[in-house]
Design a protein around this ligand. Structure first.
Ligand SMILES: [Fe+2]
Length: 309
């Protein structure tokens, strides 16, 4: 127990995410399952003007996020290619502090598209290959974890490029229902290690050891995870390995909790960095016709609807 990453957090004692707090978990679990959407339409919001959300649009987005930790939005397709609208949307939802990662454009927003041999081609997001289940920035240091993500589609691929999404709170719930020791193992500060990123002999990022699940000061659950075996070295412990295996199996099955959707022009996801993956897709030529999505990643979480009133 002494190695749990959350022990310094005063709010953790009575948290539903504390594996030793059965009553708080039971109450939270009932609420979570009752609110969880059955269909994507329940968390899809049409937006007239992304620069100035109406009160109803903003409330609908925050309400959707309170249920599933993500929402789908639909903007007029004519503004799909405008990065400014994505940033404005983020600001109106409490997302301000952008993470400018290695591959981001100068404005801190990343253009996700297939690129040639430009140095980033070896990262799967910039290819047409299938992208396995993960949360964004799982390789970031503990101090720089990402809590909010926006993905906006400028042009879909002619075929494929579908996303699947699973609320990380549901992943926690299913793990804990299976065996509370699984979440205990994944809350441990040394649950996993992400190897250093070394490209052509240059060390771009050091090795990172940390928990899969953590709880922030406000009591929110955060998850860092990649299903890609080479991305993570799991702690050499039977329970940790069994928990990681359980997660992998979860993704192999059809589940009523997993949503699948291919973003069309003008559509996007806003999320509290939920689990997601992407199917392979076909490329249609280069440049002006190829699949293009914008991605913004934030150190902030989407504002809670409860604190918004
Ligand atoms: Fe991602």
């Amino acid at each position: 127990m002494a190695s749990l990453a959350v022990l310094q957090n005063p709010g953790f004692e009575h948290s539903p995410f504390n594996p030793d707090c059965a009553a708080a978990y039971a109450a939270w679990r009932t609420r979570k399952l009752a609110a969880y959407p059955g269909r994507l339409e329940e968390v899809t919001v049409s937006i007239d003007d992304g620069f100035a959300l109406s009160g109803a649009e903003r409330a609908a987005l925050l309400h959707a996020v309170s249920r599933a930790n993500f929402a789908i939005y639909q903007l007029p397709p004519t503004v799909a290619a405008d990065k400014a609208v994505l940033r404005a949307l983020g600001r109106q939802l409490g997302l301000r502090r952008l993470d400018s990662n290695l591959c981001a454009d100068e404005d801190g927003i990343t253009s996700l598209q297939v690129v040639g041999p430009r140095g980033v081609g070896e990262y799967i997001p910039y290819t047409d290959k299938r992208l396995n289940w993960h949360t964004d920035g799982y390789y970031n240091s503990t101090a720089e974890q990402l809590h909010g993500v926006i993905l906006q589609c400028v042009r879909p691929a002619p075929r494929g490029g579908e996303n699947a999404i699973l609320d990380h709170e549901i992943a926690y719930l299913l793990l804990r229902d299976e065996n509370p020791d699984y979440v205990r193992a994944l809350l441990a500060a040394d649950a996993m290690t992400i190897p250093a990123n070394i490209q052509n002999g240059v060390r771009l990022r050091g090795e990172q050891t940390g928990p899969v699940f953590s709880v922030d000061a406000a009591g929110h659950l955060h998850m860092r995870y990649s299903a890609r075996a080479r991305n993570i070295v799991w702690k050499d412990d039977a329970t940790t390995r069994a928990a990681a295996e359980f997660l992998l199996n979860l993704f192999q099955q059809d589940s009523p909790y997993i949503f699948r959707h291919r973003l069309e022009t003008g559509q996007g996801f806003v999320s509290n960095n939920v689990l997601h993956c992407r199917s392979a897709f076909d490329q249609a030529g280069d440049g002006a016709e190829s699949r293009l999505l914008y991605r913004a990643r934030y150190f902030d979480r989407i504002r809670d609807i409860d604190r918004d009133r």
